[in-house]
Design a binder for this molecule. Structure first.
Ligand SMILES: Nc1nc2c(ncn2[C@@H]2O[C@H](COP(=O)(O)OP(=O)(O)O)[C@@H](O)[C@H]2O)c(=O)[nH]1
Ligand SMILES: [Mg+2]
Length: 307
């Protein structure tokens, strides 16, 4: 057999890790979920929705791509923020390709520039610039916005995409695959994430809290699964605690007569049932944990630090 036959090379299986980095709220988790075809990372319009590094796995006959969805890189304001940024930076040294995602409908700001510098200094993997939210890009801004972002990444290859509609995701994926090494499947073909069902359930509950409350809640909330019991082959009972920082926040999450907590529970239960594939009985509690964000111990207990 001729080893230099291009068909032979083209048919080789590829695999590798692809970090998706960028500032908060540009659409990183939306992109990973779109590629994986399941909600492996929760999404909300609130910054800092993603708190830890999450892997989402895309398997197809010719390749397996392990997307590493990172917490947004931003200037840390408290210890949880710092843990999130450190986690994102650590990922850069371990991946085969980096997708640097920006809000492609707007000019870059300081945060984008700082991430560009970080990539320049710390990252040896090829970088692809993904200009997301093209659905919001005004035709008059196309030239200036594109050129400004492109300059930040030393004129790396780029693609304009819309993660919510799926526009150009196939083209961006082709660019990614072109840069992946040849290699075997790293995960079983049917596995879409590295998270346990328990971790996914906790995240889906946190997502509902973010979606159904306003302002002050997002940064203050953490969810811990307390009990996970297979009652029957087709019924799982889950008890979880939603931690907030203040009594006032507890009141907001619970709502008048418990109405909001009930809605949070219903929303989360439906989604957890989709993951588990059968009926779920979900019990939610709300507790105040003083300043948990600042305490290393609490962070570790809740699995939010890497150590
Ligand atoms: N208009 C528009 N909104 C988007 C697009 N992609 C993501 N979003 C929204 O941007 C917000 C942040 O998305 P998310 O994936 O959580 O961002 P992350 O913080 O970078 O992971 C959510 O409200 C998404 O629905 C897009 O292509 N167009
Ligand atoms: Mg995210």
């Amino acid at each position: 057999m001729n080893l230099s036959d291009p068909n032979r090379v083209a048919s080789a299986h590829k695999s590798g890790f692809v970090a998706v980095v960028g500032k908060p709220n540009v659409g990183k988790s939306t992109l990973v979920n779109a590629y994986v075809g399941a909600k492996v990372a929760i999404v909300s319009s609130k910054p800092q929705t993603t708190r830890r590094v999450i892997r989402g796995i895309l398997t197809r006959p010719d390749a397996q791509v392990v997307f590493v969805d990172t917490p947004g890189i931003h200037k840390p304001q408290h210890r949880l923020g710092k843990a999130m940024v450190d986690a994102a930076a650590a990922v850069l040294s371990e991946v085969d390709v980096v997708v640097f995602m920006v809000d492609g409908a707007r000019l870059p700001d300081e945060d984008d520039t700082r991430i560009g510098q970080l990539l320049d200094q710390r990252c040896h993997a090829p970088v692809l610039l993904a200009l997301n939210k093209m659905d919001r890009l005004k035709p008059a801004d196309v030239q200036t916005v594109t050129a400004a972002h492109w300059a930040i990444v030393q004129h790396a290859d780029w693609m304009r995409i819309c993660a919510t509609r799926g526009d150009n995701l196939d083209k961006l994926l082709d660019q990614i695959l072109a840069r992946l090494p040849i290699g075997p499947e790293l995960y079983p073909a049917d596995q879409v994430t590295d998270q346990t069902l328990q971790a996914i359930a906790a995240e889906l509950i946190r997502e509902q809290v973010l979606l159904q409350t306003r302002q002050e809640i997002p940064h203050a909330v953490a969810v811990a699964i307390e009990e996970w019991e297979a009652r029957r082959a087709d019924l799982t009972r889950i008890a979880a605690t939603i931690y907030v920082e203040r009594d006032s926040q507890k009141g907001i999450v619970i709502g008048a007569g418990g109405a909001r907590l009930k809605q949070i529970g219903q929303g989360a239960r439906t989604q957890i049932e989709q993951w588990i594939g059968h009926q779920v009985y979900l019990e939610l509690w709300v507790k105040v944990r003083d300043k948990w964000r600042e305490r290393e111990n609490s962070l570790r207990e809740l699995g939010l630090t890497q150590t």
